[in-house]
Design a protein around this ligand. Structure first.
Ligand SMILES: Nc1ncnc2c1ncn2[C@@H]1O[C@H](COP(=O)(O)OP(=O)(O)OP(=O)(O)O)[C@@H](O)[C@H]1O
Ligand SMILES: [Mg+2]
Length: 491
């Protein structure tokens, strides 16, 4: 008999894991500010989008500007030329004034197929573009505008259009491209400045309203989460919802409800952990006391007194059970099952091993049937599967052994079958069946039937191990006795 006097570690372990959970909750984040924040990002995006939409406005309007600009020159030149050509010759002084007013280097007028040069500067006429205002389409106005904007050089452009007399009169002017280009560039600059102004104004308004409507409440929410996670058991730190009626209000309400539940259950868990600590301390001392009692009893066991000889073994057995009980409780408190280390196992051999340990040999009181196909292999942790099979089989053996009658059949059968990627293992016996009063809480720890020495942990541990394998354990309906079925996924 071992008499250990180890300090109990159950409760401190539990406390450490609680403390770790709190730490995980309490994640410190850097405050988000500047353009990295939501409002900063939106500010930049709004500027970008407004500028983008301004481009769509700018393209047709620059083309329109070009058309109007050309038409203005053409009309001015046309009207002046038409007046000036009433007389047959145009005085050089008027010619110069006309050229200056329109910016043109040459102006001519076609009237009833009679062409007359109204004015011309003495410059070489290197004409780069020709525009017939009668044939301007929106698309070609846009293309031509960009050609003018991107033009490099000091070339000229010829513009032809109807005069003030309608189709019978055609005005033809030659103007430097740079004249139109400069005006168009100035126009583009004005549009750009206006666009920038509009985007910055819009973006600033969006930024301000977004901060007030969205970012600020979110920051408050985050601050509350931080405060709450520092001490989640404190009900004072639960969020007080602002009562707003939008999605953020809903989020606030849900967070507050969640924090309330968490705070309450953490407080409750803490109480349970404290209680667990107290119980395990008592349990530890109790075990030592019981062990000392066993020692004393072992010493008087051999006293030649008939009463002592009769009672001592019974008291020893009772003390043994009590020590076993305290040890099991402490082991459960400490138990931290590792994740299953899966291997390919021969199930039939596992079942044989279990039968050996339980002393189920041929000819023993209980008949043992290993109905597992000797070639059946499955994927599981060998040690954990052995413990599961051991717990189930031992329960069955204990239940059948409790039956003193020789007339009843006592048989334990283990069978297995593969079903669509799941291994089904059945452990059935012909015992008295599970007592009705513990059926509902069969797989919960410390729920034992009326049997002697049962701590009520075997099934709880088996269920935990099978769950870690991604499987399930359940009690099947059986006419006679009990049948437990394990489902172990194999994929
Ligand atoms: N095959 C069975 N036949 C009849 N009753 C069973 C059978 N298996 C389990 N039980 C009942 O279910 C109870 C719980 O079983 P469980 O293995 O969890 O605990 P235990 O056997 O009492 O204690 P432990 O296994 O921790 O020593 C048992 O006490 C017993 O009453
Ligand atoms: Mg058991």
């Amino acid at each position: 008999m071992k008499h250990e006097n180890r300090p109990d570690e159950t409760a401190p372990e539990q406390q450490t894991s609680n403390a770790n959970a709190m730490k995980a909750l309490n994640v410190k984040t850097k405050p988000i500010s500047g353009l990295g924040g939501l409002s900063g990002k939106l500010l930049l995006l709004t500027i970008l989008f407004v500028m983008l939409s301004e481009v769509f406005i700018y393209v047709p309007s620059v083309a329109n500007f070009r058309n109007t600009w050309l038409m203005d020159r053409l009309t001015t030149a046309g009207v002046a030329a038409s007046v000036l050509t009433q007389t047959n010759t145009v005085a050089p002084r008027f010619q110069e004034e006309l050229l200056e007013a329109t910016g043109a280097v040459a102006i001519s007028l076609d009237r009833q197929s009679q062409r007359s040069l109204v004015a011309m500067k003495a410059v070489p006429l290197n004409i780069e573009f020709e525009v017939d205002m009668g044939k301007v389409t929106p698309w070609n106005a846009i293309m031509e505008s960009f050609r003018v904007l991107l033009y490099r050089g000091d070339g000229l452009m010829r513009v032809i259009g109807a005069g003030k007399m309608g189709d019978s009169e055609r005005v033809d002017i030659v103007i430097p491209i740079s004249l139109l280009q400069n005006d168009m560039l100035a126009f583009s600059g004005r549009i750009l400045a206006l666009s920038l102004f509009i985007s910055i104004l819009t973006a600033s308004l969006v930024y301000i309203s977004l901060r007030a409507l969205f970012v600020r409440p979110l920051q408050l929410l985050t601050a509350n989460m931080e405060r709450f996670s520092e001490e989640p058991e404190d009900p004072e730190r639960v969020l007080k919802a602002s009562g707003r009626k939008d999605e953020l209000g809903e989020a606030e309400m849900r967070l507050a409800a969640m924090q309330q539940v968490l705070s309450r259950s953490l407080a409750q868990k803490q109480r349970l952990a404290d209680l667990g600590l107290a119980v395990s301390k008592i349990n530890h001392d109790l075990r030592n006391l019981l062990a000392s009692a066993q020692l004393f009893l072992e010493r008087i066991e051999n006293v030649p007194d008939p009463t002592v000889t009769r009672l001592a073994p019974k008291i020893l057995a009772t003390l043994d059970r009590a020590v076993g009980y305290t040890q099991a409780v402490m082991a459960y408190g400490k138990a931290q099952e590792g994740p299953p280390q899966r291997r390919l196992i021969n199930l039939s051999k596992v079942v044989e091993d279990v039968a050996d340990v339980l002393g189920l040999f041929e000819g023993s009181e209980i008949e043992f049937v290993n109905a597992v196909d000797p070639g059946l292999e499955l994927n599981a942790d060998p040690d954990q599967l052995f413990r599961v099979m051991m717990n189930l089989s031992r329960n069955a053996v204990q239940a059948m052994e409790a039956d003193r009658s020789d007339l009843v059949v006592k048989r334990l059968v283990v069978s297995a079958e593969a079903d669509k990627g799941t291994m089904l293992i059945r452990v059935s016996d012909t015992g008295p069946g599970i007592p009705a009063n513990i059926k509902a809480s069969l797989f919960k720890a410390f729920h034992s039937g009326s049997k002697k020495g049962g701590v009520g942990l075997g099934l709880a541990i088996a269920a935990e191990l099978i769950k870690a394998h991604g499987g399930q354990i359940h009690l099947e309906d059986a006419k006679n006795g009990t049948c437990f079925c394990l489902q172990l996924p194999q994929t």
